[in-house]
Design a protein around this ligand. Structure first.
Ligand SMILES: [Zn+2]
Length: 423
């Protein structure tokens, strides 16, 4: 996006601030906006009027008076636009349509192997997007967000050598979806979207820091810094699954390297070890499952933990310790307010979280661990699509994006490419 020439009082910075403060519940009246944004009454009044004319804010009820005339409350008009959000996993995907508050209006969880490749996947996805939009005015669509289970170069929206997504390397997801839907498209790593969804759903403060660890079949993390996802230079920040934690070459990872965290503590690695355990006669619980289904899944191991199977308990505890150990180093390095664990690992009882929590606390520096919260994610299946919607709305209501689309009255008035880059 081309940068605007600087002005003494940047109209769009002020507009973006006003809308963000109301949208995030930080200010509800014009006087509160003035105090929170440190802007004068005239500027606030003009920018609120502009936001109202754009359909982003409206005057709602009257706030209680603190003496004098009671101020009108302002409301963010989340119904002004829609976001389509899809988060792909290895074997299934979530699709949702949300409003501008990232409220899920409709949602599907669908079995779909990402290994089918991008063309088939997006043909499949477009069908469900069309279905989700049926009950709405398609002209209200503001953006599409796609989350993928692998590294993404954020500026271009292309996956970068994703280990579990054959055929996706360098694929132009943004180009494909923008041509189809005619709206701006953002593409992000699934853990980043989960992290943003969790941060917003739990009201993480704008001055707080969080690391969200998705520990499921694979392992990834999203880093939230001052309320925003920290992606680093290219978008690779938080990709901890392929950090090398074992210094010998005995354990192969599905990325082609050896000794990765995922190859020791990911759900797929536990499932691999479980089959060995069955063959060595170390778990009757798993042997019964293996006999019945011909395989062991990470979910089977989770159920084994709940059932009290000794092998499953030990395997999950060891995985939690390995992940917790790396997280202790990251807690020292990054000093977050909270570490959140999501994904399949925390679904099977509290063993994983208890061991991970203990490992992080006992190995992190006292100052870094002092007020640290370690907890399970509260957002479930829809955390990623909710995070995706927040991402799109943050982007479209940024000062740069508003400068591009506000003069035309709505985001669809400008070329999607003008809205996606460099925000
Ligand atoms: Zn690896």
């Amino acid at each position: 996006m081309s940068r605007r020439p600087p002005t003494a009082i940047d109209q769009y910075e002020a507009l973006a601030t006003v809308v963000r403060l109301v949208r995030r519940g930080r200010a509800r009246t014009r006087p509160e906006l003035g105090a929170a944004a440190l802007l004068g009454r005239t500027v606030i009044s003009q920018r609120v009027e502009e936001a109202i004319s754009l359909g982003l804010l409206e005057d709602a009820d009257v706030a209680p008076s603190s003496g004098g005339r009671a101020p009108r409350r302002l409301r963010f008009r989340s119904e002004e636009g829609l976001v389509l959000s899809a988060v792909l996993g290895a074997a299934a995907l979530d699709v949702a349509v949300t409003d501008l508050d990232a409220r899920v209006l409709d949602h599907r969880h669908l079995e779909w192997p990402v290994a089918h490749g991008p063309e088939r996947t997006f043909d499949f996805l477009d069908e469900y997007f069309a279905e989700l939009l049926k009950a709405h005015d398609p002209a209200q669509l503001w953006a599409v967000v796609i989350g993928v289970p692998g590294p993404v170069e954020f500026a271009t929206g292309r996956p970068s050598q994703p280990p579990i997504m054959p055929g996706w390397d360098g694929y132009d997801i943004r180009g494909r979806m923008q041509r189809r839907h005619g709206v701006p498209v953002w593409v992000d790593n699934d853990a980043n979207l989960l992290a943003l969804g969790e941060a917003r759903s739990t009201g993480l403060d704008d001055d707080q820091h969080m690391i969200y660890v998705k520990a499921g079949t694979g392992i990834g993390a999203g880093v939230v810094s001052r309320g925003r996802v920290h992606r680093g230079s290219k978008g690779a920040a938080g990709d901890i699954g392929h950090a090398r934690v074992l210094e010998d070459n005995s354990v192969m990872c599905r990325c082609g390297r050896t000794g990765c965290l995922e190859a020791l503590a990911g759900g797929w690695a536990l499932a691999r070890d479980a089959v060995t355990a069955v063959h060595e006669g170390r778990s009757r619980y798993l042997a019964d499952i293996h006999r019945a289904t011909g395989e062991i899944t990470p979910a089977d191991i989770g159920r084994g933990v709940v059932a009290g199977d000794a092998w499953c308990l030990t395997a999950v505890a060891r995985a939690a310790e390995r992940i917790g150990s790396l997280m202790a180093a990251l807690v020292n390095f990054y000093n977050p307010d909270c570490v959140v664990f999501g994904g399949g690992a925390v679904a099977g009882g509290d063993t994983f979280l208890r061991v991970a929590d203990h490992t992080v606390r006992s190995r992190a520096l006292p100052l870094a661990a002092a007020d640290l919260t370690v907890r399970a994610a509260v957002t479930g299946d829809t955390g990623g699509v909710v995070g995706g919607a927040h991402l799109a709305v943050d982007m479209l209501l940024s000062a740069d994006a508003l400068a591009a689309w506000a003069p035309g009255g709505r985001p669809s008035a400008v070329e999607p490419d003008r809205l996606v880059a460099g925000v």
